[in-house]
Design a protein around this ligand. Sequence first.
Ligand code: SF4
Ligand SMILES: [Zn+2]
Ligand SMILES: [Zn+2]
Length: 304
Amino acid sequence: MKCDKCGKEAVIYQRYSGMHLCAAHEIADVERKVKKRMRQEKMVIPGDHVAVGMSGGKDSAATLSILAETFGKRPEIKFTAITIDEGIEGYRNFSIPKVKELCDRLGVPHVVVSFKDEVGCTLDDMLKRERKEASCTYCGVFRRMLLNKKAREIGANKLATGHNLDDDAQTVLLNVLNGDVERLARLRPSRIQEGLVPRIKPLMDIPEREIALYAFLKKLPFYLGECPYAHESLRGEVKDMLNDFESRHPGTKYSIMRGFDSIVDCLKEKYRQVPLERCEICGEPSIDKTCQGCKLKQRIHIKI
Ligand code: SF4
Ligand SMILES: [Zn+2]
Ligand SMILES: [Zn+2]
């Protein structure tokens, strides 16, 4: 098949747009969409110090690469990559070197924060103590907390993550399946909460498979392996279901987000964001007097 824009060999067929694109035009298409969204939402502005959550996978690699290429030459905008090392044997030890390689290439400082140092226990050890819930639930509580804490400590005023179109569409569907409509409203926060570094998601309009292709075509260093706990979550099932739908009904993922965006203001009206308190134990922002991280630590007997 030939590229619909220039006639060269196509590397992808975007079923949702009906376009065949060559490598150069697919790269340009991804970058155009990301830059358009960043402009629309003023995601990065002069004076920003953006922390970028880096797992070492394709999504975070593409996020950092596009941010650095777009704004890297502007001295008034600063980037720092942050990797959370959860302590997952046979996974993080392979992905962290990839982040380092990319950061060195782009000239971006990189900090690694480990569960072991900050929480007092690796995720692997945590799961040996208790497995009442999916591994990602334990992981997510501390990962979110540490990412935010480190971003705040280094003085970042924004926190970029590699969430893509698939991630957001999965989150919408997952919360509907769980009947957790309040959590749905939180997908688009309406105000800045004290102690929480505002998040930006530059890749939110890009399907996951196109990010993988983009990272590959741009020869970005990234780790292809998957977290050994990933298959346990309900998200995995939702992901398969959505991919199946998308292949039979192209554009489904975009439709879900379009539908969600048309009702999100009503949801935010009904479920108003409550101001966060400070955890009485660790001082991190929390809905309750004790944050989820400290509750979990107490429950699984990690010293606080
Ligand atoms: S897949 Fe789950 S356990 Fe693995 S890093 Fe992601 S959130 Fe943590
Ligand atoms: Zn082309
Ligand atoms: Zn706490």
